[in-house]
Design a protein around this ligand. Structure first.
Ligand SMILES: Nc1nc2c(ncn2[C@@H]2O[C@H](COP(=O)(O)OP(=O)(O)O)[C@@H](O)[C@H]2O)c(=O)[nH]1
Ligand SMILES: [Mg+2]
Length: 227
């Protein structure tokens, strides 16, 4: 008697196989890969613009950015002088491992230390697709409401870091920052949380410090594994 495996499960297990290979490749090359996930408009591209503007040109950084349509984000990010690739999914609501594999194949000789993936704007679908990243980062802007970690728990449960964006708007929106933090920690007690504004720069230093710590930890971990 044959066992019927639902199509979605098959797709996810095939994706997991590719993601495991991607992760092994990133670790082997000491590359830190971070997967940024949020609703459309929470500020992923703006955070990447701010980040790239702060990173020295000698840093070996690249960005793969996904959207349903348009190359707008890649155009915005390319001006910072680092390699950028747009993946247009043509309606698919998330990036998957195969898309990342294909994108990286276009940079066969790139010696990278840091790879940012900006996922398709969606708080649900991207959380199911491992891309081999070292960490998922979820962004939530202050205009989205403090209940989102409870309504969309999957991504908050899987993310290492929650970035609460657009905190410059706090004077204008009725939002309880403590409630967002409490809701996120209810879903994921170990999630780290940073509030920031790319408009005023408040909190950006804390984010850059987090990034520097993760880069150092990745190097230490992969060097230890080689000893
Ligand atoms: N006030 C304010 N607006 C922001 C901030 N970050 C992003 N935005 C605005 O939010 C909108 C969506 O940002 P974008 O980075 O394109 O979001 P994405 O769809 O998640 O990539 C744009 O109009 C940005 O200018 C911020 O820190 N403060
Ligand atoms: Mg974007």
């Amino acid at each position: 008697m044959s066992t019927v495996i639902p199509a979605e499960k098959k797709v996810l297990s095939e994706n997991q196989r590719i993601a495991n290979a991607l992760r092994a490749g990133f670790e082997h090359k000491h590359q830190l890969c971070l997967n940024l996930i949020s609703s459309p408009g929470s500020g992923k591209t703006t955070l990447l613009e701010t980040t790239l503007a702060h990173l020295p040109q000698k840093d070996r950084v690249a960005v793969v950015t996904g959207d349903l349509q348009t190359e707008n984000d890649a155009r915005r990010l390319a001006v910072y002088g680092f390699p950028v690739q747009q993946i247009v999914t043509g309606g698919v609501c998330h990036l998957d491992g195969r898309m990342i594999e294909r994108a990286l194949a276009l940079w066969p000789d790139a010696a990278l230390d840091l790879l940012f993936i900006e996922n398709v704007g969606n708080l649900v679908c991207p959380s199911s697709y491992d891309l081999g990243e070292a960490a998922k980062i979820v962004l939530l802007s202050v205009t989205e409401g403090e209940d989102k970690p409870l309504k969309y728990p999957s991504i908050f449960a899987k993310a290492a870091l929650l970035i609460i964006t657009k905190i410059d708007l706090l004077p204008y929106v009725p939002l309880d920052m403590h409630a967002i933090e409490a809701n996120a920690r209810q879903v994921n007690p170990s999630i780290e949380i940073i509030g920031l504004s790319c408009k005023t720069g408040q909190g950006v230093g804390t984010w850059l410090d987090w990034l520097a710590r993760r880069r150092a930890a990745m190097l230490a971990q992969t060097s230890r594994a080689e000893v």
